[in-house]
Design a protein around this ligand. Structure first.
Ligand SMILES: CC(C)(COP(=O)(O)OP(=O)(O)OC[C@H]1O[C@@H](n2cnc3c(N)ncnc32)[C@H](O)[C@@H]1OP(=O)(O)O)[C@@H](O)C(=O)NCCC(=O)NCCS
Length: 223
């Protein structure tokens, strides 16, 4: 493409844009933003809320893979993938989280949401346990030593909202907020007082959702 065409390309913060010798090169450059929520007993759901939530069971994970794939169909970092590859990525990512790859799974805060008068789940949340450290340091996503099997019962580390996703047709109806409310109740019952989360810069829906629900930017020890 010409340089003129290159300069007119729409930009997305998850990519680096370079131009040389008549060639445009777009390279994935995911940048993450880390946020924290102080956990307090949430307000009750609105009386007219049609959203239901329940803990995820072993049978739910297939449905959650399908939902994850649909929710991220047009969101970075999955928006370039076709349906089959996106679904495979979704299943692999959830299997990784379920197997402890993102820290011990906090089962009381892994949830499935539905809508009354509609069959099947419409959203899910996966919460895992990370070490309690500076979230802006990538090492904070890794336990330096394997956490003990009873890490959650001992209230070690800090819960992290590793994935939350809502089917596009159910977006904006309070499903994500209901999942957060249920996760908050589960975490408070376990004795946790803080929930961390992460989203990609450029995922405005996620950023606004976190902001709307009271998350604040995590402090950085670098400044
Ligand atoms: C982020 C997400 C979970 C929010 O779930 P939801 O059920 O739609 O959210 P709720 O109805 O509870 O809350 C609505 C709020 O979320 C934000 N929001 C949700 N969808 C939005 C969109 N398409 N555009 C902008 N803001 C959006 C807004 O702040 C909105 O409130 P407001 O309009 O009053 O400001 C959902 O959009 C989603 O699954 N996105 C794709 C997957 C993803 O990015 N997950 C987060 C990273 S792990």
């Amino acid at each position: 493409m010409t340089r003129r065409q290159f300069h007119r390309l729409p930009r997305h913060p998850a990519y680096r844009y370079e131009y040389a010798d008549g060639m445009a090169q777009l390279t994935p450059r995911p940048r993450t933003c880390h946020v924290l929520l102080e956990l307090r007993p949430p307000d009750p759901p609105p009386a007219e809320s049609a959203v239901t939530t329940r803990p995820a069971t072993a049978e739910d994970w297939g449905d959650l893979g399908a939902l994850f794939s649909a929710a991220f169909r047009d969101r970075p970092p999955f928006l370039g993938l076709g349906g089959r590859r996106r679904r495979a990525a979704a299943d692999a990512i959830l299997a990784h989280a379920r197997g402890g790859g993102d820290g011990p799974l906090i089962e009381d805060a892994c949830l499935v949401a539905g809508l009354r008068h509609q069959d099947g789940p419409v959203g899910g949340a996966v919460v895992t346990l990370l070490p309690r450290s500076d979230l802006t340091d990538w090492r904070s996503f890794l336990w330096s030593e394997s956490p003990p099997a009873d890490a959650v019962a001992r209230r070690l580390g800090r819960p992290h909202l590793t994935w939350i996703f809502v089917h596009p047709l159910a977006e904006g109806q309070g499903v994500g907020t209901a999942l957060l409310r249920a996760a908050t109740n589960g975490l408070l019952a376990l004795g946790y007082t803080e929930l961390a989360s992460t989203f990609l810069v450029g995922n405005e829906a996620s950023m606004l959702w976190h902001w709307r629900n009271g998350f604040r930017l995590a402090p950085s020890s670098r400044r």
